[in-house]
Structure formats: C-alpha cells, structure tokens
Design a protein around this ligand. Structure first.
Ligand code: ARG
Length: 461
C-alpha cells in the first residue's frame, strides 16, 4: 500500500517494519482529540484565508463521518497506515476528496501528536482528580461515624498510643488530598497548546496559534517549538502522579488486608468485594485489596519506562517518543478502576468496633500518659519518668494485665511519689482524648478535622 510519505521512496516498506513502526493499534485511543484538533486547525486555516469556507465545511462534515465510523466500529484500522493521524486523514480524503489533503497545511504529525496526547493527559488529570474526590468523600462518610471508635495507633506495627478510626482514615484522606492537588497542579502547568509548532521550528504560513489554543481549551500557546514537539514532561508527570497515588492506595490496602485477618478482625469486606478459594470452602479472601496493593508495581514500571525512553533524547522529535503512550494508557486504566474499587470497598465494609476497642486493651497504650503524668504532676524529669513507667509496664506484664488495669497500690510500690490522681491517666479513652494538640487524635480534634475536610471537599468539587 502506498504511504503518505512515499514520494522519495522507490521500494515499498517491509511488512515487518510496518508492524514495528505502527502505533495505530493503540493510539486510536486518541481519536476524539485527533478529530477535534483537526477541526480547530482547519477552522483556523480558514479564518486565515488559507482554506476556503467550502473546504472547511467539507472537512468538518468528513471528520464527523469519520468519528461516527470509529464509534460504530465500521472504521478500518490498517497497520500500514502507521498511526491514527494518517489513518484518519486517509479516510477523510477518501470521503471528501482533495480538501482532505489540505488539512495538514502548516502542521506536522509532531505537533499533531503532541496536541492530541497532551489533551488526553490533561483530560485524564481532571477525570482522575474527580475519582479521587469521590474516594475522599467515601473516606469522610465512613470516618464521620467513627471519631469515638478507638483503635490502637501503631509504630513499627506494634501498639503505640490509642487513636480513633476516623483519625486513622483521615490520615489517608490527607494523602488523597495531596494527590488531588497534584493532578490539578499538573493540569494547570501543562495546559499549553503545542499546535502550530509544526515539525520543530514553526511554519512560514500565516497561522494563528491563539485561535487553535482557544478552540481546544488551552490557557496559552507554548513559547518554544523545538521544546514543545519533543516535550513529554506532562506524560511523565501523570505517570508520577498515578504512581504516588497508587502507593498511597497500596498502603491502605495492606492495612485493610491485615485488619480483615482473623488476628485483627477489625473489618470485614462485603461479599461483593471478596473472593473465594477453589479448594478451601471456608475462605473469604481480600483479593480486591491485594490487587490494589499489587497494581502499584505496574504503574511504577510505566513511570520508569518513560523516564528511560526520554533520557538522553536529542532535540527534537524522535520516534522513540512513540513509546510514550501505552504505559500512560495502562496506568490511567489501572488507577481509574482501582479508585472505583477502593471507593466501593470502603463504602461496603463492616467495621467491628468491639474488636478495635478490645485491641486497645493490650499493649499498654497509655504508658506515655503515665510518663507524662510523672513529669507534670510529680516534677520528675522525663528520662526518669520513662524508666519508672517501664517498671510499671514490666509489673503489669508480670501480672498478665494491661497497664490501664494496674492498681494504685502497685504503682505506689514502684514509686512513692505517685498519687491517687494518677488513675484517670491510665484510661485508654482519656489517653486518646488527651491528645488535643493541633492535628491530634482526640475526638474533639478529629471532629474538627472532619469538618474542615468536608468544607474542603465542598469547595473543590
Ligand atoms: N505515531 C507517532 C507518535 O506517536 C506520531 C508522530 C510521528 N512523527 C514522525 N515524524 N514520525 O509519536
């Protein structure tokens, strides 16, 4: 089949090269952006007197038909057309004749692919941010019911201090808020039009880049064509944004997997988001959460892959750059379904408050409170208070009880300076509620945090 660029060639391309060179089997994902880009470009060419009104009418009609054919599945994607840009242009020309051959005036596939892919990535930055927003709402919905549900706060996966479940969930809420802002920020930074840069150096035709930028919803026009046609920072950014967000998801998934085990039994996933075993009839496995944890692997891979493709590339466009798309498509699909699954898993899980509460009665969670009491009420230096508390913990272990259940007499026998007013400091609930510093876990502070989070959600829809 004759290529669009075959003027200087005498031999036809090998079919092996066709297969290697083509992106048409996957870049068709960009067909909406490609058709809109061509309409904006052709409209501008007409405004500038480069195309006639009649030609523009034909081009628009033809492109509308191409779009319909793609959407109905009628369109023939042919490997030897190389990429969607040429596939669409070829079909357009076969529908409308010579006017189709004029669309590419003052344009190159280099700025064409740059505009298509950039707009796809911009759109996905917005769509993913909005899915994250939905997940944040789900966090808020679940957390709102649990600002008094105590749960052991951990460091090193060992019991540390009592917190509440809402406080714990809102830690993830904070991570997703940063993620949301990162996607929005990338959108703002990259909302710049590449169209009109042509192959690498601009064009001698009297084009109007602002007009196409406005038509396509860009904030402004890029300043250096050489940079623009080979810039894929926007793609690397979304891959990074996705990786960061999937890393957060994997941390939560890991905790949920632990929490759903018999050892913890803090939560139960709904049947709709659990799976069974082919051999062990009793099993209910957290496969959804495990995949949420595991999918970070492939999105990190896609990020590393594109960073490596771009490393050391001389200016300007090189075919290496065609390797930018599949990883982005894959990461986008991965995070989109992950966020949907995460939201539904959250909204449908059962929280076992009693088990969370019971877990707070082991591990001497109020030990820091005893040390703080010794400092503030007995005027004992913190290092010494730490040591005395350690003795009280050892004593409790010997008695096989939690520090929160130790008697006043036992404490007094460890250090005579301890007074009866120590007792409230041992209570787990008091321990949690004592942490009233900004951002702390007390119910009062948690409720405040939930309210601020809710306001933020309302203001950032
Ligand atoms: N399919 C190509 C890509 O995705 C389009 C740009 C090709 N430009 C060129 N001069 N070969 O990067």
């Amino acid at each position: 089949m004759e290529k669009m660029w075959s003027g200087r060639f005498t031999e036809s391309a090998s079919s092996l090269l066709d297969e290697f060179n083509a992106s048409i089997m996957y870049d068709r994902e960009l067909y909406v952006e490609d058709i809109e880009g061509s309409i904006a470009h052709a409209s501008m060419l007409q405004e500038q007197g480069i195309l006639t009104k009649d030609e523009l009418v034909l081009i628009k009609k033809g492109l509308a038909q191409v779009k319909e054919e793609i959407e109905s599945g009628e369109f023939k994607w042919v490997l030897s057309d190389e990429d969607l840009h040429m596939g669409i242009e070829k079909r357009l020309t076969s529908i409308i004749g010579d006017a189709g051959k004029k669309v590419h005036t003052a344009r190159s596939r280099n700025d064409q692919v740059a505009v298509d892919f950039r707009r796809y990535v911009l759109r996905k930055n917005k769509e993913i941010a909005s899915l994250i927003h939905e997940v944040m709402r789900a966090f808020h919905t679940v957390a709102s019911k649990h600002s008094e549900t105590m749960i052991p706060g951990m460091t090193h996966l060992q019991h540390a201090q009592p917190t509440n479940f809402a406080f714990h969930l809102m830690a993830y809420g904070s991570m997703f808020k940063r993620d949301f802002e990162r996607f929005e920020d990338s959108y703002r930074r990259n909302n710049i039009s590449p169209l009109g840069c042509a192959a690498l150096a601009g064009t001698p035709h009297n084009i109007n880049r602002k007009s196409t930028a406005d038509a396509l919803g860009f904030d402004s026009v890029s300043t250096n064509c050489l940079d623009t046609v080979s810039d894929r920072d926007f793609a690397i950014e979304i891959l990074f944004n996705i990786s960061m967000s999937m890393m957060h998801i994997s941390r939560l998934a890991e905790e949920m997997i632990l929490w759903s085990s018999y050892e913890f039994k803090f939560i139960t996933f709904s049947d709709a988001y659990s799976t069974g075993s082919s051999i062990m009839p009793q099993k209910k496995n957290p496969d959804a959460a495990e995949l949420l944890r595991g999918k970070s692997g492939r999105v990190y891979g896609n990020l590393m892959s594109l960073l490596t493709v771009m490393k050391g590339l001389p200016l300007a466009y090189n075919k290496d750059t065609q390797e930018d798309k599949e990883g982005v498509f894959d990461s986008v699909k991965t995070i989109e379904i992950s966020l949907r699954i995460l939201k539904e898993s959250l909204l449908t899980l059962t929280v076992h408050e009693d088990n969370m509460q019971a877990a707070c009665k082991v591990g001497h969670l109020s030990a820091t409170d005893l040390a703080d009491y010794l400092v503030s009420h007995c005027n004992i230096p913190f290092r010494e208070a730490h040591f005395i508390t350690g003795k009280a913990v050892a004593k409790s272990e010997g008695l096989n009880i939690d520090l929160s259940d130790i008697s006043f007499e036992e404490l007094k026998s460890i250090d005579a300076r301890i007074e009866k007013n120590v007792m409230p400091f041992l209570s787990i609930k008091n321990s949690m509620n004592a942490r009233t510093s900004e951002g702390g876990t007390s119910t009062v502070r948690t409720v405040e945090q939930l309210a601020a989070f809710n306001t933020w959600l309302d203001n950032n829809k």
